[in-house]
Design a protein around this ligand. Structure first.
Ligand code: HAM
Length: 419
């Protein structure tokens, strides 16, 4: 086939019929489970102010330095949202949502944009669902986030994963740890990768999740943050672990888990799947107790997570999990002649008004071709209409799956299909 003149941008994909049904099924599951957790949906614009994203996620992060799609128009800077934590917090502050009382338990589904090098499971426009609980520093909030995340995978039947957990500490614990870490890394400076060398001064903790082979042996023996948490952070982490065990959610503590955004404090977690190949992170999240204040709100603790929807769908494919049934239509009206066509187009609405999906040929095809089309559309029933049928007010209703036929009038057909 000739190559199309216009195509999608690199790393941005069309979701075509056949695929969309899986997305809708997944979205329906997310909405249903969110309702069970008493989370409320929030929808924010696709574009935000660049400054919000830089400030929220961190000036030196990969996302901000390399991956944002940003542009200027008039006096305004726009950025396609690379994630939703900072935008949701912006909305919380902008709309004084703390006045609604209690912790705000928000969830979202939508597209995000990051200018990464595309590969399987990594796109430039991808979709996340996620939760942000704003206004509670109780470990119950951390665990509810994780429980919701796990519930979605459990319900879908994706069971093969690893929940990694860490505490990245509060600022006091982290400052202490960063000093110790720098002291450890400095004598190894020459052996570090170029990327890690650049991170040593301003963001030494990011070195811990370096993928560069030369960094690995150095990281292996590095001091771990768990040994430098102050009493409060340690107690918080301990409680999160206890509650997860009480909920029978399995996890492993990974002292090297630091996550890629600057806003994290205390709990950090990531869900990985061996079914995913190199882009193995299904979901990730954690606490961000300072972000609300950072972007202009009152000091307000918060915790959340986001999950990649493409990656969840890839896992379903690998595991042969089908989220949506094959497409089908209840009735296909097969017509012969102009009077039958007229009857068909006017009767379609009778079916639809009774909650029955119905279609007919739009191309003036032969009866044989219409029957073939009805099969392709996976119609449950066909109604065959010609001049004789119109005259006698009796139509052939054929059950396409059981190859049975009956001669019925319209109201009998409606009764049969509704029953
Ligand atoms: P994140 O780890 O950057 O966290 O993204 C969460 C998930 O989004 C990843 O685990 C992955 O499944 C998916 N994802 C990320 N980038 C891509 C990509 N380029 N293509 C496909 N999927 C991708 C966040 O976004 C934080 N906002 C999570 C959070 C919420 N933390 C607190 N609250």
């Amino acid at each position: 086939m000739a190559k199309a003149k216009y195509t999608t941008h690199l790393g941005m994909v069309d979701i075509l019929p056949g695929e969309v049904e899986k997305w809708r099924a997944l979205e329906a599951i997310i909405h249903e489970e969110a309702a069970k957790f008493n989370f409320e949906e929030i929808r924010t614009p696709i574009m935000e102010q660049t400054e919000l994203i830089k400030r929220g996620i961190g000036q030196l992060t990969d996302i901000v330095t390399k991956e944002i799609f940003a542009f200027t128009k008039g006096d305004s800077n726009y950025v396609l949202r690379p994630e939703l934590t900072a935008p949701v917090v912006r909305a919380f502050v902008e709309h004084h949502m703390q006045q609604r009382g209690g912790a705000q338990k928000l969830y979202y589904i939508g597209p995000m944009f990051r200018a990464e090098r595309p590969q399987k499971g990594r796109q430039r426009q991808f979709h996340q669902f996620g939760v942000e609980i704003i206004g509670s520093d109780n470990p119950i909030a951390d665990v509810e986030c994780i429980a919701f995340m796990m519930q979605i995978y459990k319900r879908i039947g994706v069971k093969n994963f690893n929940l990694k957990l860490n505490s990245v500490g509060d600022p006091e614990s982290r400052e202490r740890y960063k000093e110790v870490l720098k002291e450890y890394l400095l004598p190894n400076f020459d052996k570090l990768s170029e990327l890690s060398k650049t991170r040593l001064e301003k963001n030494p903790m990011r070195i811990l999740d370096s993928k560069e082979p030369e960094d690995k042996p150095i990281i292996k023996n590095a001091p771990i943050i768990g040994d430098y948490l102050n009493d409060e952070s340690a107690a918080h982490f301990q409680k999160v672990c206890e509650l997860l065990s009480a909920l029978e959610i399995e996890y492993t503590i990974d002292p090297l888990l630091v996550r890629g955004m600057d806003y994290y404090t205390r709990t950090a977690f990531e869900l990985t799947s061996p079914d995913l190949g190199s882009q193995d992170a299904l979901a990730g999240g954690g606490r961000y107790d300072l972000l609300v204040e950072e972007i202009g709100g009152l000091p307000t603790p918060a915790v959340g997570f986001a999950a990649g929807m493409e990656r969840l769908l890839i896992a379903c494919e690998e595991l042969d999990i089908s989220l949506a049934p094959a497409k089908t239509v209840d009735v296909y009206i097969v017509t012969l002649g102009d009077a039958a066509k007229h009857w068909g187009i006017t009767t379609l609405s009778t079916f639809r008004d009774s909650g029955i999906s119905a279609t007919m040929d739009y191309l003036g095809r032969s009866m044989k071709a219409q029957m073939k089309d009805a099969n392709r559309e996976n119609a449950r029933f066909t109604i065959i209409v010609g001049d004789n049928e119109l005259e006698n007010n009796k139509f052939t209703l054929r059950n396409m799956h059981e190859s049975e036929e009956a001669q019925l009038n319209l109201s009998e057909i409606l009764d049969k299909l509704k029953g």
